[in-house]
Write a protein that binds this ligand. Structure first.
Ligand SMILES: Nc1ncnc2c1ncn2[C@@H]1O[C@H](COP(=O)(O)OP(=O)(O)OP(=O)(O)O)[C@@H](O)[C@H]1O
Length: 717
C-alpha cells in the first residue's frame, strides 16, 4: 500500500481490474480517465469496477492518449504499487496500436502505415496477404486491399494484435466523387455536454473523423449524436437501423434538427423506395434497415436498383444504430457491402448473449465514448426509474401442469421447455397483476407500455382490455397512428408492444412499463425496454417521491422464469439500478410508497375484493359465449376495416368490467366452462374446435396454444 493510500481513489490489480471509490474529491476527472482507458464493468453508487483490456487500450490510443501518460496516471491514483508485469502488458499492447490505417480512396481500399517494417510484418501473414490485391513492395508504406475481403483483413489484423484504424480526412476529400452535404444543425439545437464529449472523441480538430462506437444510455439522444456527426463530416451519409419505425424517427429527427432539404433525405424500407436523384453531384442522407440491406433473396426491380446505387456510391459516413445487432451473421456483410470512409456505431447496450460483441471492435472500431447512466439521471437528462420485480404465484392448475411438463412422457423432450414457458407466461395471476397495474397507473394519468414477447397473449389481452397493440403483423401506417395517438391523446394511455418495440421507438410520454413476457435471460432486451421510459419526465407530487417512472417485471414464482429474470437484470444492476422485489397484486396494495391502496381504487375490478364477498361471482364465458365473442370481434374488425380503421386499434373503449378468477378451487373434469379448467386431451380437443386458427401440425404446439387460449378465457373472460 502507498503511504497516502487514503487520498488515492483506485485499486489497480495485476490482471487489469480496477476498483474506483466514487466519493473521491476528484471523482469526475478520475471517471473521465477510466472511461478513456478501460471498460466499465459495473457502476453502482459508491464503488465502480473497470477492466483494462487490449481493446480498451486500443481505443485510448485511438483517442490520442499516450501510453506513458496512462502508466503515469495509474501509478499516481493507485492505492497500491502497480505491478510491473501489468505495466509491461500495457506497453506491449500499445506498441503497434494506432500505426496501421485502412483507408478508402476513389472507391478502393488501401492499407497504410508510416512504419514500413510494421506493415511488412503484417503483410507477411498468410491471411492478410490473401486479402491484398498485389504483394506489398519492399519499403512500401501502402498496399491495395481487395474491397470484398476487407472484413477478413480486419479480422486477421485483429488476431495478430494489430488493430486497424479507420480514419477519414473529410475536409480534404474530393468534391467530384463525394459532394458536400448542405446540412448544418439548426441554431436552436443545443448539444448536451455528454453528446459534445462523444463527438469530440470522434473528431479531431484537423478535420479527421475516427471510426468507432459511442455508447449512450437509451433515451440519451444517440440519434442527435449521429445526426451531428453526419453534419460535421458533411458528405453523403448512410444510416442503418433496426426497424421501419426507427427509420421514420431518424427521418423526422433529421428534419427537426438540421437544415437539410427534405428531398435530400431518403428512407429505404419495404414501404418507401425512392431512387437517389442526381447521385453523383448531390449529397444526401439515406436511412434504411439492416434487414433491407442484409436480405439475400430475390428483390423487386426498384429495390435492387436502389441497392445497386448504395453499393456503387462512396459514403462519407456510415452510421450504425443499435450496433450490437451487427455481428449477427445476416447483418455483418453490410459493413463490407457499403463503401464508407468512416463508421460510427451507436448503442446503449454493448452486450449480446453470444460472444460476438468483441467482433465489433474490428468490424466497426474501438469504443470512443461511454456515458454513465446514473450520472445522466442525476443531471436530469434521464428519468428516475424505480425497478420492481413482481412475483406472482402460479395458479394451482398451471403449476401442476408446469411440474408435470418437466418429465411428462407425452411431451417430446425438445418441446418441454416451450410448454413450460407458455405456462409461466400465461399464469392467470400474472395477467391479473398486469391488469391491476394498468388500472392503477391509468388512473394516476400515467402512460403505460405493456411488453410481451408472446404474441398470442399480447393480442388477446390487448383486445380484451380494449387497448391498442403493435407487433410484427401490424403494418407501418397503423403503427405510426397508434404511436402518435399514444403520444398525443389522453384517451389512449396503454399500448401493448411485442419485441418490435424493444428499441428505437421514441415515446417521450411513456413512464410505466409492465413486462409480462420476455426473451429468456436477455440483458439487452431488459435494458432497452427500460430505455422506453428513460426520457426525462417532469417531477410531479404524485410521482411517489424520488421516482417519476416505473418498470415492473412481472414474473411467475417458483418457475424457471425467476432465474431468467435474475440474469436479465444483471446489466441494469451493473449500471446502478436496484430491483425491488414484491409479491403479486394483493401485496402491491400494501406498497404505500407507490400509492397502492386498500380497498383498491378500482371498484369495478373483480380482483379488488376478496372472492367470498361476491354473492354472485361473475359468470365465465361458456364455449358458446366464446364463439360468439370471437364472431363479434371479427365483425367489429371487419366493420372497422371497412372504415379504414386499423385492426389493432379496433376497440379503444373504456376498460371493460373484468371477471378474474383468483384461484380456481375445484377443477371440473372434462368441462372447462365453469370456474376452472383441467388440461386433459378432451378439453384441448374442445379448444381445437373453438380456436381453429391456433392449431398447428404438432400436437404439443397445439397443446401449448390450447393452454394459451385456456388461460385467456379463464383469466379474462
Ligand atoms: N440535445 C438535445 N436537445 C433536445 N432534445 C434532445 C437532445 N438530445 C436528445 N433529445 C431528445 O431526446 C429524445 C431521445 O432521443 P433518441 O431517440 O435519440 O434517444 P436514443 O438514445 O436513440 O434512445 P434509444 O436507444 O431508446 O433509441 C428525443 O425525443 C430527442 O429529440
Amino acid at each position: 500500500m502507498q503511504p497516502d493510500h487514503a487520498r488515492r481513489p483506485l485499486w489497480v490489480s495485476e490482471n487489469g481490474r480496477i476498483i474506483f471509490e466514487t466519493f473521491h474529491p476528484q471523482a469526475a476527472q478520475v471517471a473521465d480517465f477510466l472511461i478513456a482507458v478501460s471498460e466499465p464493468v459495473s457502476r453502482p453508487q459508491l464503488m465502480h469496477e473497470y477492466q483494462i483490456t487490449a481493446l480498451s487500450l486500443n481505443a485510448a490510443i485511438a483517442n490520442g492518449i499516450d501510453v506513458e501518460q496512462i502508466i503515469k496516471v495509474l501509478r499516481k491514483l493507485s492505492k497500491t504499487v502497480v505491478d510491473e508485469s501489468f505495466l509491461e502488458f500495457i506497453r506491449e499492447k500499445c506498441k503497434s496500436t494506432g500505426k496501421l490505417r485502412l483507408i478508402l480512396r476513389d472507391g478502393r481500399h488501401f492499407l497504410e502505415s508510416e512504419d514500413a517494417p510494421l506493415l511488412q510484418h503484417l503483410c507477411s501473414d498468410a491471411d492478410v496477404a490473401a486479402c491484398l490485391v498485389q504483394e506489398l513492395a519492399p519499403e512500401s508504406r501502402i498496399v491495395e486491399v481487395d474491397s470484398l475481403k476487407v472484413e477478413k483483413l480486419k479480422l486477421a489484423a485483429h488476431q495478430m494484435s494489430f488493430p486497424l484504424l479507420q480514419e477519414y480526412e473529410f475536409r480534404r476529400d474530393r468534391e467530384d466523387t463525394n459532394p458536400q452535404l448542405t446540412a448544418v444543425l439548426r441554431p436552436t439545437v443545443n448539444l448536451r455536454p455528454y453528446q459534445q464529449r462523444a463527438l469530440s472523441k470522434m473528431f479531431s480538430a484537423d478535420g479527421v473523423a475516427k471510426s468507432g462506437i459511442v455508447v449512450l444510455p437509451c433515451g440519451a439522444g444517440k440519434t442527435l449524436v449521429g445526426i451531428a456527426a453526419c453534419c460535421r463530416v458533411g458528405r453523403r451519409a448512410l444510416v442503418l437501423t433496426t426497424t421501419a419505425v426507427a427509420v421514420d424517427q431518424w427521418r423526422r429527427q433529421i428534419q427537426l434538427f438540421t437544415s437539410l432539404p427534405p428531398e435530400d433525405v431518403y428512407a429505404l424500407t419495404a414501404e418507401h423506395k425512392r431512387p437517389i436523384e442526381d447521385a453523383q453531384r448531390r449529397a444526401c442522407i439515406v436511412i434504411s434497415t439492416y434487414s433491407m440491406l442484409g436480405y439475400t433473396g430475390r428483390r423487386g426491380g426498384d429495390t435492387q436498383f436502389i441497392l445497386d446505387q448504395l453499393q456503387q456510391l462512396e459514403w462519407g459516413l456510415l452510421v450504425v444504430d443499435e450496433v450490437q445487432v451487427m455481428p449477427a451473421r445476416t447483418f455483418r456483410t453490410v459493413a463490407t457491402m457499403i463503401k464508407s470512409h468512416c463508421c460510427l456505431g451507436l448503442t446503449a447496450t454493448l452486450v449480446r448473449e453470444d460472444d460476438l460483441i468483441q467482433d465489433l471492435h474490428w468490424l466497426i472500431g474501438p469504443k470512443l465514448y461511454e456515458a454513465n447512466w446514473q450520472q445522466l439521471q442525476d443531471e436530469g437528462y434521464l428519468a428516475r426509474v424505480r425497478c420492481i420485480e413482481v412475483w406472482c404465484d402460479m395458479s394451482t392448475e398451471f403449476f401442476i401442469e408446469y411440474l408435470q411438463a418437466a418429465d411428462s412422457p407425452e411431451v417430446p423432450g425438445s418441446l418441454r421447455a416451450t410448454l413450460q414457458r407458455a405456462l409461466w407466461t400465461c399464469n392467470p395471476n400474472k395477467l391479473k397483476t398486469c391488469e391491476y397495474l394498468i388500472r392503477f397507473h391509468e388512473q394516476r394519468g400515467d402512460k403505460i407500455i405493456v411488453f410481451s414477447d408472446n404474441i398470442f397473449i399480447l393480442k388477446d389481452f390487448a383486445r380484451r382490455l380494449g387497448r391498442y397493440y403493435i407487433c410484427g403483423s401490424v403494418d407501418m401506417r397503423e403503427r405510426l397512428q397508434i404511436l402518435s395517438e399514444f403520444q398525443e391523446s389522453s384517451a389512449c394511455n396503454t399500448i401493448f408492444l411485442s419485441k418490435v418495440g424493444d428499441n428505437a421507438i421514441d415515446l417521450p410520454v411513456a413512464n410505466v412499463i409492465v413486462q409480462i413476457s420476455s426473451h429468456y435471460g436477455s440483458r439487452r432486451q431488459e435494458a432497452q425496454r427500460l430505455g422506453r421510459i428513460l426520457r426525462p419526465k417532469p417531477q410531479t407530487s404524485s410521482s411517489g417521491g424520488r421516482f417519476n417512472a416505473y418498470f415492473y417485471s412481472v414474473v411467475s414464482r417458483d418457475t424457471q422464469e425467476l432465474y431468467h429474470a435474475n440474469r436479465r437484470q444483471q446489466f441494469l444492476v451493473e449500471q446502478g439500478y436496484n430491483y425491488q422485489a414484491g409479491k403479486g397484486c394483493r401485496r402491491l396494495r400494501g406498497w404505500s410508497w407507490m400509492g397502492f391502496r386498500h380497498p383498491c381504487t378500482f371498484q369495478d375490478a373483480w380482483c379488488t375484493a376478496p372472492r367470498e364477498q361476491h354473492e354472485h361471482p361473475p359468470r365465465l364465458p361458456s364455449a358458446a359465449d366464446a364463439h360468439e365473442a370471437q364472431e363479434m370481434h371479427h365483425e367489429r374488425h371487419e366493420h372497422h376495416e371497412h372504415q379504414e380503421q386499423p385492426m389493432s386499434r379496433a376497440r379503444l373503449l373504456p376498460l371493460p368490467r373484468l371477471c378474474w378468477i383468483a384461484e380456481p378451487k375445484t377443477p371440473i373434469a372434462g368441462d372447462w366452462r365453469g370456474r376452472a379448467i383441467r388440461f386433459d386431451p378432451t378439453v384441448l380437443r374442445k379448444f381445437r374446435m373453438q380456436t381453429d386458427n391456433f392449431c398447428t401440425s404438432s400436437w404439443l404446439e397445439f397443446k401449448a396454444r390450447g393452454l394459451l387460449a385456456a388461460s385467456v378465457w379463464i383469466c379474462l373472460g
